[in-house]
Design a protein around this ligand. Structure first.
Ligand code: NAD
Length: 487
């Protein structure tokens, strides 16, 4: 079995066959493993231990035992450990980027510049929010206290593996909770590096625990576990609903970051020469594998030809290829199942009669192996089509035409999802008015810089709860009112 040379310094074969529980690397209860496949070569590059309900049991017991001590640890001491985790992520950027490249095909430049630093930002934000947070307020004799909810089960996906982990782990431990993390079984390598990093940062044993394995085994055992107080999952609607069902008998808190089909409304006064390329780039960022990717570009009917030409020029200029090459903008799709799904949905678009502007089915020319997908743009897409309604999670953009701003808003809202949205226009008053009419958890006006303090989460079937910033931190807190507290 090949190991993964680029990251072998800190993640050896031994560690990948173990879990991190109670401050130590431990063997799984039952010896079993899961292959990790490099989507660029389709070769198995590692085997990680595959957990079971018994491993969850051990991890939850460790987290429960650590809770009393960690929740009572002074804010300054908790903030200090978070600061150390933040520094170590940045220090180990190269190892983490290599792991992301190998486990899910992230282009190495993108992993170094985005996936890793943005993951570090969640830790910095959690530390900063913690440092200034008022855990107690008193008004008219009643105290409102915010307390950590307890043991949290965190379930993360493969598309932004490290980023999704820090978006949950950092606020949870900042709040004083202890955690059991189950990363995606498809991208477990960066998670193992993260566990080692948390250990090196000096987090006390039991505060952070990691068990690898499948959703059906480890994830389901966590969701149903009576001693887990809260589950936070990011992933598909299917898994999010299964987690909520399994969690219901124990009445735990469930937060869900699920799918999206985010609209990008180009108002008639938008700067099309800028807005269209930026819209295509943000739809195809991370090879389109982002839950909030703006994959429905909604444009004035009389500007359709111009939009199509700009979109095709942008998509055709993208460098798709070996994720290890510094020039590559889009690596392969992260795994076989997702590649198959994207290919099937491109075919659906053709069958439904949408007009192919560029891209199409099949691998990128020159690649016989690797899940390399052609950046694909469809136009004349009707809102009722499956390609406009279903999350594709690949580099596939739908262009839909509108005749009035009211119709644009109606198309934007014609979805079961409500995660992200974009609006482009020079008249900020109009753009704001349109933003307020869109049913989504986060609206971006004219492609602003990313703001890690802005709460992120879904309306409708995109989920429940928020991540990032103060609101993301507060998801991990309980509320206690003490009436008769006095002034
Ligand atoms: P998934 O929902 O199956 O996996 C996400 C996480 O949930 C993984 O850790 C998985 O092991 C776990 N999980 C799965 N079933 C579970 C269960 N019954 N109980 C507990 N945990 C469970 O997602 P996927 O297979 O990785 O991707 C499938 C689709 O999900 C994609 O096509 C995409 O549409 C969507 N997706 C969305 C996001 C997002 O951020 N919104 C991320 C990844 C995938």
């Amino acid at each position: 079995m090949t190991t993964y040379p680029a990251i072998s310094d800190s993640l050896d074969r031994q560690t990948s066959q173990q879990f991190y529980i109670d401050g130590r690397w431990v063997h799984p209860a039952i010896a079993a493993s899961l292959p990790v496949i490099d989507p660029a070569t389709e070769q198995v590059v590692a085997q990680v231990a595959r957990g079971s309900a018994e491993d969850v049991e051990r991890a939850v017991a460790a987290a429960r035992a650590a809770f009393a001590g960690w929740s009572a640890t002074p804010v300054a001491a908790r903030a200090q450990v978070l600061g150390k985790i933040h520094a170590l992520i940045l220090e180990r950027t190269e190892q983490l980027a290599q792991a992301l490249c190998l486990e899910m095909g992230a282009a190495i430049g993108f992993a170094r510049a985005m996936q890793v630093p943005l993951a570090a930002e969640h830790v910095r934000v959690a530390r900063d929010v913690l440092s200034s947070y008022r855990f107690q307020t008193v008004e008219r004799g009643t105290a409102i206290e915010r307390e950590p909810i307890g043991v949290c089960g965190l379930i993360t996906p493969w598309n932004w593996p490290l980023y999704q982990i820090t978006a949950k782990v950092a606020p949870a431990i900042a709040a004083g909770c202890t955690v059991v993390l189950k990363p995606s079984e498809l991208s477990p390598l960066s998670a193992l590096l993260f566990a080692q990093l948390v250990h090196d940062a000096g987090l006390p044993p039991g505060v952070f625990n990691l068990v690898n394995g499948s959703g059906a085994e480890v994830g389901a055992a966590m969701a149903a576990h009576p001693d887990i107080d809260m589950i936070s999952i990011t992933g598909s609607n299917r898994a999010g609903a299964l987690v909520a069902q399994a969690a219901a008998p124990t009445v735990k808190r469930v937060t869900q970051e699920l799918g999206g089909k985010s609209p990008n409304v180009l108002l008639p006064d938008a700067d099309f020469a800028k807005a269209v390329p930026l819209g295509v780039m943000s739809a195809f960022r991370n090879v389109g594998q982002s839950c909030s990717a703006p994959t429905r570009m909604i444009v004035p009917k009389d500007r359709l030809a111009e939009v199509e030409a700009l979109a095709a020029a942008t998509a055709n200029a993208l460098i798709v290829g070996d994720p290890q090459s510094q020039d590559t903008q889009l690596g392969p799709i992260a795994n076989q199942a997702q590649f198959d799904r994207v290919q099937a949905m491109i075919q659906v678009g053709l069958d439904e009669g949408a007009r192919l502007v560029c891209g199409g089915p099949g691998r990128v020319a020159g690649f016989a192996t690797g899940f390399y997908t052609r950046p694909t743009v469809f136009s004349e897409v009707a809102s009722a089509m499956r390609i406009a309604q279903e999350e594709i999670f690949g580099p596939v953009l739908c262009i839909l035409a509108y005749e009035s701003v009211d119709q644009a808003v109606a198309i934007a809202n014609d979805t079961v999802y409500g995660l992200g949205a974009h609006v482009q226009g020079r008249d900020l008053q109009l753009a704001r008015a349109v933003a307020s009419r869109i049913r989504a958890g986060q609206v971006h006006l004219n492609h602003p810089a990313w703001n890690p303090m802005a709460p992120f989460g879904g309306y409708k079937r995109s989920g429940n709860g928020r991540e990032y910033g103060v609101q993301g931190f507060e998801e991990y807190l309980e509320t206690k009112a003490i009436i008769g507290f006095g002034e």
